[in-house]
Design a protein around this ligand. Structure first.
Ligand code: SOE
Length: 398
């Protein structure tokens, strides 16, 4: 018996998903599995939406959706749809999410929240208004649902690291290292918003905010496009986004975080590494070994101190009781199951899902500040509550 039936008296939530590429596949896998491992309110995978009729029909059958459609507006308007999961390219996030929220549908949207700060501000405002109508929304920063990172946040919030001083976050991939890799929507500013910055620095930045429960007050950044043209339908086409990005973030607590992301770091496949250094302890994490967290407790006797490897697979660890016995590790895809479980439980309880659209806006403000700083000679951009203010630094020897 699937666990979702163990929550009687609820009409099944009708779910629609927009998009069926990489994220649509990962989310579909999570929708198909979540009720087999977690107690969740009843739901049904009702419709998968995509532009190509044959492609989306085949994907719907393969991924467990009852039907397929090509017009997201019609689907969002349906009375039997209560949840809209947006896995479409970034340029579609705002339009679809705003329409779905207005129609009273709960919305899960992939990260980053939007392609621009203006879109993100509109989405955060719409989400706040929708919540007053009992309509929930969440951004898909799935790495918050890696058990090892959820454990890291617990240790930090319990004070086990003491005062955090420095964070180093790097997210390195190499799927674009070959200049012959063809043009895609991810390489155009008007469809992706930015390159590695919005795609993967958004994850690294969200992790800094998640782990430290802190706020960023200042940003300096740099962007680089190493391959300015790539083969496309019309011959060599201009790449209008970054291949790599760097940022230094100052936080309200006084901590400083360095962020480095690249999609051309030859040899690194999907390596999100996080290092957190406090005055009582430190943590190390690498997504390519996502079941492990390395923890140094400086309160141990000096002769015994060192990073110890925690295999995050015990029933005491977040999410793990639902899966396997100790040592039977989980994978990258399980983070989406955790994400959808938490989203469904938030819908059921009326609690605000996390990360909220407001959290997504906080990340978007930092992304925009990195772009602003990069355009101003990497000068530090101060982040106020609502707007970023460029504060030029005196150039050397000027
Ligand atoms: C591509 O960089 C990508 O698919 C990102 O878009 C995802 O958010 C990340 O989890 C894996 O890499």
């Amino acid at each position: 018996m699937r666990l979702q039936e163990s929550m009687p008296g609820r009409h099944p939530l009708g779910v629609a998903m927009i998009g069926y590429a990489f994220m649509g596949k990962a989310h579909s896998n999570a929708w198909r599995n979540v009720a087999s491992f977690f107690r969740v309110p009843a739901f049904e995978q009702r419709v998968l939406v995509g532009r190509d009729p044959e492609g989306v029909a085949e994907a719907a059958q393969r991924y467990g959706w009852a039907e397929s459609a090509t017009n997201w507006r019609d689907v969002v308007a349906r009375d039997d749809i209560h949840v809209v999961d947006i896995c479409a390219p970034g340029f579609l996030h705002a339009e679809i999410a705003l329409a779905a929220l207005a129609a009273g549908k709960h919305v899960l949207v992939e990260k980053p929240l939007a392609n621009t700060l203006a879109e993100a501000e509109a989405l955060a405002a719409a989400a706040l208004e929708a919540q007053s109508r009992g309509v929930q929304s969440m951004v898909g920063f799935n790495y918050r649902r890696v058990p090892a990172l959820a454990l890291a946040r617990e240790l930090i919030s319990e004070g086990r690291l003491g005062a955090v001083r420095q964070v180093r976050a790097a997210y390195l991939q190499d799927w674009l290292v070959d200049p012959a890799t063809p043009m895609t929507w991810r390489l155009q500013k008007d469809t992706a918003g930015s390159g590695a910055l919005g795609d993967i620095a958004s994850h690294a930045i969200d992790q800094v905010l998640f782990l430290l429960a802190d706020q960023v007050t200042g940003v300096s950044g740099r962007l680089r496009t190493f391959t300015p043209h790539r083969p496309g339908a019309r011959g060599l086409e201009e790449v209008t986004v970054d291949d790599a990005a760097w940022a230094t973030l100052t936080l309200a607590s006084g901590a400083v975080a360095s962020i480095e992301v690249s999609r051309v770091a030859l040899g690194k496949k999907n390596s999100l590494t996080l290092e957190v250094y406090g005055d009582k302890g430190s943590l190390l994490f690498d997504l390519e070994n996502l079941n492990e967290l390395h923890f140094l407790d400086a309160t141990d006797p000096a002769r015994e101190q060192g990073f110890r490897r925690i295999l995050v697979s015990e029933p005491e660890h977040p999410y793990l009781p639902a899966w396997w016995p100790q040592g039977h590790i989980i994978g990258w895809e399980h983070t989406f199951t955790h994400e959808i479980r938490d989203f469904l439980l938030a819908i059921d309880s009326g609690a605000e899902p996390s990360p909220s659209f407001q959290d997504g806006l906080a990340v978007q403000r930092i992304l925009a500040a990195v772009e602003e700083s990069a355009g101003a000679g990497s000068s530090t951009v101060q982040l106020a509550d609502s707007r970023a203010i460029a504060v030029p630094v005196p150039s050397e020897g000027a």
